[in-house]
Design a protein around this ligand. Structure first.
Ligand code: TMP
Ligand code: ASP
Length: 255
């Protein structure tokens, strides 16, 4: 993890200079934070699991034509990604009321929403990631209306695909957060790609039968068995076989 030049350290990941120009190495830590850094902890093994889960989900999304920054996994905690300019917006997609949505609108957690709802938050820790509208995003120049059209279309496509994928392994995708970045090709043409990570750190995942939480809410709300929940997500996706993490097989489809 040392020797390489460190470019950025976030709450759950570190970015290093990559082996070729235009690439970065994304290192997944075990550190966990919640409520804008007010609660801090360590979830042993989280980095390894999130590296693996995010790799798997980004690869599946690439297969259906969603462009991502992901190139390949390098080892247990690191993956090679394309260097992108992060759009400073956290895009949250909700299928079922939970978390801040339930608090803001007084809707009980677990109530299905009539349709998927997309929300934008300005990525700024000092301000506590305030919720913003398209108007704010375009007025401040964080993204253009064209960028936002792409982002919204991709976010909904990601939601449809991941909802089905998780449902197939007995998990309800309640809500999740994604981030996007700008990637330029050799002709200086820009396209928006999915960046950051998709893992139980940034999704709400509930067991389809028991509604048991299988995500970072276990840490946020001190529910215990946090590591076990992340492991169970990986196991159901078929990427944590008994024989060890290197052994790949397909998802365990529930009947
Ligand atoms: P929220 O209900 O707290 O607004 O969270 C909505 C979803 O976004 C949930 O799946 C957790 C995820 N999320 C993050 O990944 N990072 C954050 O900083 C926040 C606030 C939420
Ligand atoms: N991402 C955290 C959360 O989900 C917030 C933080 O990292 O401070 O609550």
């Amino acid at each position: 993890m040392s020797r390489r030049k460190q470019l950025y350290e976030g709450k759950a990941k570190v970015l290093f200079e990559g082996p070729e120009p235009g690439t970065l190495v994304q290192y997944f830590k075990d550190d966990a934070t919640a409520f804008n850094n007010k609660k801090k902890g360590v979830i042993t093994g989280k980095g390894v699991l999130n590296n693996r889960i995010s790799e798997y989900l980004m690869m599946r999304l690439e297969e259906i034509g969603v462009p991502t920054h992901f190139v390949r996994r390098l080892n247990m905690r690191e993956q090679l990604v394309r260097e992108v300019e992060i759009v400073p917006i956290e895009v949250v997609i909700r299928n079922v009321a939970a978390g801040s949505f339930s608090q803001r609108f007084g809707v009980p957690e677990g109530q299905p929403l009539p349709r998927s709802v997309v929300e934008y938050y300005y990525k700024n820790d000092q301000l506590g990631d305030p919720m913003v509208s398209e108007e704010h995003i375009t007025a401040f120049g964080w993204a253009t209306t064209h960028d936002l059209d792409d982002i919204m279309a991709m976010a909904l496509r990601i939601n449809d695909f991941l909802s089905g994928l998780f449902l197939g392994v007995g998990i309800k995708l309640i809500d999740f957060k994604v981030e996007f970045g700008r990637l330029w090709n050799e002709n200086d043409e820009m396209r928006i790609v999915l960046a950051d990570e998709i893992s139980p750190d940034c999704c709400r995942l509930w067991d389809i039968k028991t509604n048991e939480k299988m995500d970072k809410d276990r840490f946020r709300r001190d529910l215990g068995k946090v590591e076990e929940a992340y492991q169970e997500v990986a196991r159901r996706l078929g990427i944590l076989p008994e024989s060890g993490p290197r052994d790949l097989k397909g998802p365990n489809i529930m009947q």
